[in-house]
Design a protein around this ligand. Structure first.
Ligand SMILES: C[S@@+](CC[C@H](N)C(=O)[O-])C[C@H]1O[C@@H](n2cnc3c(N)ncnc32)[C@H](O)[C@@H]1O
Length: 296
């Protein structure tokens, strides 16, 4: 599987944000933290991201009435909202390891009237019987896990034979833009590196198919879903380039500077250069990967 740049694991996890990973994973490396943290700013960014990308990422996903759906790593419910909109009659069980995020999600989704159960659980050790679910949905979770194979094995275990798993992940290596900026590129590399320090993989999108195959899934289909922003789609300047991507980079700035990866001045230049791509002469490209697979 593709990992972060060489030497990443030796970096200090300075200023680590958010909760530590649950122990006893038995994975390759234990998570030192969660790179994006659990701030109100990040909760808003997840909402903005889900809203902006809903059409792109959720197209083709609609769970039938009465089906049992497990959302793993639901966070503040930013994607749950869209699952429920497309499949209002399904029965959802949504898990996350953060009780605070779950409480926010529960409060926000209560008015939907959907059949939703919220549970604090580790994706790598799900508290469910084998074959309990018809479908499982995972979005932007595997990239944060030191052992994504283990979470996928758990997802497979709790699915009934023939049940489907949908996985959506990004790949920060797919980010490129105009005007080019070596500062912005270094900042993107810093995010990948810090994520690797936490045991994650910011380049996981390209590895979804082999991961799913190794976890024993069948009928795997992976589709790249690309966001391309230019002056012909100016609404994406704000919602994607600024509020989703640049906000994500900005969120690790203090940590990158504290770890000595970039100077404060270079970091500020990187952010300014990214913001400049959201202008009349700028363009921005990023590819997400959506996989659908079946438990044999
Ligand atoms: C980037 S957020 C994505 C949230 C949501 N899927 C979305 O797209 O808005 C990643 C989420 O995974 C959760 N998470 C990380 N490691 C986990 C684990 N081992 N088990 C369960 N949840 C985990 C975090 O608490 C966080 O809420």
């Amino acid at each position: 599987m593709t990992r972060g740049p060489e030497g990443a694991a030796a970096l200090p996890s300075a200023g680590g944000t958010g909760a530590s990973g649950p122990g006893g994973s038995g994975g390759r490396r234990e998570a030192a933290g969660y790179v994006h943290g659990y701030t109100a700013h990040e909760a808003r960014r997840l909402d903005d991201q889900a809203q902006t990308l809903a059409g792109l990422l959720h197209a083709g996903t609609a769970y039938p009435d009465g089906s049992r759906v497990l959302e793993i790593g639901c966070g503040v419910g930013a994607q749950t909202r869209h699952l429920v909109a497309a499949g209002p009659g399904a029965r959802y069980v949504c898990v996350d390891r953060s009780p605070e995020s779950l409480e926010t999600a529960r409060r926000r989704l209560a008015p939907s009237g959907a059949d939703l159960t919220w549970q604090c659980a580790d994706a790598r050790q799900l508290p469910y019987e084998e074959g309990e679910f018809d479908h499982a949905f995972v979005c932007f979770l595997l990239e944060h896990l030191p052992d994504p194979e283990r979470a996928l094995a758990e997802a497979r275990r709790v699915l009934r034979p023939g049940g489907t798993l949908t996985v959506i992940e990004g790949d920060h290596g797919s980010a490129f833009h105009h005007p080019p900026s070596r500062y912005a590129q270094r900042a993107i590399d810093c995010l990948v590196r810090l994520q690797a320090v936490d045991g994650g993989d910011g380049l996981i999108g390209r590895a979804l198919r082999p991961l799913l195959a190794r976890a024993g899934f069948a009928d795997i289909e992976v589709a790249p879903r690309t966001v391309y922003v230019d002056a012909g789609r100016p609404h994406l300047f704000d919602s994607f380039t600024r509020q989703t991507f640049t906000a994500m980079i900005e969120g690790v700035g203090d940590r990158a500077v504290a770890a000595g990866l970039m100077s404060r001045a270079d970091w500020e230049r990187a952010v300014a250069d990214l913001l400049r791509t959201a202008g009349p002469d700028g363009t921005f490209h990023y590819t997400f990967f959506k996989a659908v697979a079946r438990r044999p």
